[in-house]
Design a protein around this ligand. Sequence first.
Ligand code: FES
Length: 154
Amino acid sequence: MEDKSLETVAKLKMYFKEREGVEYSDQVIRQGLVPSHRGTIEKPQGYAEISRSCGDGIIFFLQIHQDKIMRARFFSMGCLAAVASGNAAAVMAEGKDVYEAFDVDAPAIADALGGLPEKEDHCAELACEALREALRDYLTHRREPWKRDYPKKK
Ligand code: FES
């Protein structure tokens, strides 16, 4: 089974290299295509929607209890590197104290993914910004949770 998955990752790396001229690490391929932390959280304590001029965006959700991040989820219809970065940011934030989670910066996200192609560095910055904005949202509303505007259901 593992051999099959390695073979698939190798084929996809080749595909992106030949078709798009970009070299992705195994982690970008894996986390970008099968992100373990993609999803939403009902009534999150921390929430953010961030987009970039390239048109990609990330929505970040945090479930926090006594300043500890119990669950982190994200959603993105962006590029492969944005999805992989959102996933890596959520994985790294989960289990951390909210103040420690501010240390999850763009270079740390890119490192966790085994590096990003140079022109896609901003994808890790997008994920970092979404996480930090969700942390700020939590800190802003911690004392007055009744003032929170939850995302509207469509
Ligand atoms: Fe813009 Fe990836 S190309 S976030």
